[in-house]
Design a protein around this ligand. Structure first.
Ligand code: OOG
Ligand code: MG
Length: 257
């Protein structure tokens, strides 16, 4: 019980930091957490969003590419939840004031067409997915200076704060070896390849199904899986237009207002 109270306190701090766009000190500076505790805090913290009426819209994987692991100095795959208030339409405005120090990164998204009730693999994923798209993820660590340990960032719902999905394509299109780019005001600021994501972004989808099943986390029809960034993330500023593209899948963009 004592532990639970403590988790709740931290979960509330993280939730309020996100809600008010005000950073907090890293948890690991004052308290040691293990991975299990970090995910428990994440779950309580996101529960507070659900209580306010936000709905779960999917899950995101993080650190599925070497580029991201190296940028952030961590070494393991992580996962967090996406909610309805994190979703922005392509071409719309992203209000910078809702974020602390947002960064953008180019991703691949999958749309679920049938509630996931088994491990996905090459053999069965087409029964569960009806769309693949290029996406922008907006990450915004709730920790000062965007600095964290693996456990910190997990407790913080893996920095999830926004996502924008491009036009859905049929899931049969090959998504290996796609050139991916991130542009700020039409200048390429990051270039990568979809293979940077676990060798093939589909591996991220399979991992998402495994993590969801292992953790009793539903992945339901209409929800989205973000596979993780193919390149390091970049800080974004008011006035900028941010665009991500993936060969064959097209483009997606947002204006920072
Ligand atoms: C954590 C989130 C990582 C990704 O795509 O690798 C992530 C962070 O970098 O703040 O979303
Ligand atoms: Mg990401």
């Amino acid at each position: 019980m004592k532990h639970y109270m403590n988790y709740n306190f931290i979960a509330n701090q993280l939730d309020q930091a996100a809600f008010h766009a005000k950073s907090i000190e890293q948890i690991s500076h004052t308290q040691a957490l293990n991975l299990e505790e970090a995910y428990a805090i994440q779950s309580i913290s996101i529960g507070k969003r659900y209580e306010r009426g936000e709905m779960k819209t999917g899950i995101k994987l993080g650190f599925t590419s070497k580029a991201k692991m190296e940028q952030m100095g961590v070494h393991d795959m992580i996962w967090g939840k996406l909610t309805s208030t994190m979703h922005y339409e392509s071409g719309s405005d992203l209000p910078k004031s809702k974020f602390i120090h947002p960064r953008a990164e180019p991703e691949i998204a999958f749309r679920i067409s049938k509630d996931i009730d088994q491990l996905l693999s090459e053999e069965n994923y087409l029964d569960y997915i009806d769309g693949i798209a290029v996406a922008i993820e907006i990450i915004d660590s709730r920790f000062t200076n965007f600095k964290f340990s693996l456990e910190d960032v997990i407790a913080d719902n893996c920095s999830s704060s926004g996502y924008i999905v491009g036009q859905w394509a049929a899931p049969t299109s090959n998504i290996q070896g796609l050139k991916m780019e991130l542009r700020v005001d039409n200048t390429v600021v990051q270039e990568g390849n979809s293979d940077a994501i676990l060798g093939n972004p589909l591996e991220s989808l399979y991992a998402a199904s495994r993590l969801a099943l292992e953790n009793g986390e539903n992945l339901l029809t209409g929800q989205v899986v973000l596979a993780g960034a193919a390149t390091p993330a970049v800080y974004i500023e008011t006035g900028q237009t941010i665009e991500a593209s993936a060969e064959h899948l097209g483009k997606v963009s947002i204006q920072v207002k």
